[in-house]
Design a protein around this ligand. Structure first.
Ligand code: PGA
Length: 247
């Protein structure tokens, strides 16, 4: 059985003080949750998150990005080795904002997946089609290709998480219908099994305008194992409600 996961992608929000106060509100309420919880803070607030989550034990955190080289002349990059040393368990890889705004290629993303695994970090690989691709009927081809490229050379026995995030649903308030999401998740799970992965053990999260009121229906779908949440993860109460939908 794949683990249920509620993941918060804070993007470029929250100072260290804001991250701390979110966790001070969230952590006492999170003890009874059945899902795993992961916080993805921006790098400069990661230290605060690392200190707060270390007190709790049931909430993990990860980097929103990490480079595929661990050290060297790469000004401005984030080292996954340092993330690991700071207590991170995960690293987000291939979010559509990284692909689009920062020009990250499939080859780079694949190197990042492999580097994360070699350090003992769990990569969370994001895949998803944009609106034009969906309208042209290319959704399946796009997500299968992104998944296969990301997984190339990854160690099948080591943990890895997938997030399906249709680009047109991110930050737009337009959530995919439960049918659209479930269909894409089923395709991804089948693809994982074709490439030899333990498809039933790999969590596949849905992301894109998840809110407390749509999380319940989405969570009932067979192939939806959790959520990657942007906007609605910035407030402890709404993120908690989303995590509870997975219980
Ligand atoms: P959203 O973002 O929940 O604000 O749509 C999701 C994401 O980008 O991970």
């Amino acid at each position: 059985m794949a683990k249920k996961i509620a993941a918060a992608n804070w993007k470029l929000f929250k100072t260290p003080a804001q991250a701390k106060s979110f966790l001070q509100e969230f952590l006492p309420e999170s003890t009874g949750l059945k899902s795993d919880v992961i916080i993805f803070p921006q790098a400069l607030s990661a230290f605060a998150v690392s200190i707060e989550t270390a007190k709790a034990g049931n909430v993990k955190w990860g980097g929103q990005n990490g480079y595929f080289e661990n050290q060297g002349a790469f000004t401005g990059e984030n080292s996954m080795e340092v993330l690991k040393a700071m207590g991170a368990s995960y690293v987000l890889i291939g979010h559509s904002e990284r692909r689009k705004l920062f020009g990250e290629t499939e080859e780079m993303l694949n190197k990042k997946v492999r580097n994360a695994q070699s350090l003992g970090l769990i990569p969370m690989l994001c895949v998803g089609e944009d609106l034009e691709q969906r309208e042209r009927g290319e959704t399946e081809e796009i997500i299968v290709t992104q998944l296969k490229n990301g997984f190339k050379g990854a160690v099948v026995g080591k943990p890895i998480v997938v997030a399906y995030e249709p680009v047109w649903a991110i930050g737009t308030g337009k959530v995919a219908t439960v049918q659209q999401a479930e269909e894409a998740h089923a395709i991804l799970r089948e693809t994982i099994s074709h490439i030899g992965g333990p498809a039933d053990e790999i969590s596949i999260l849905y992301g894109g305008s998840v809110k407390p009121d749509n999380a319940v229906e989405l969570a009932k779908q067979k192939n939806i194992d959790g959520f990657l949440v942007g906007g609605a993860s910035l407030e402890a109460k709404s993120f908690l409600a989303i995590a509870k939908a997975l219980s």
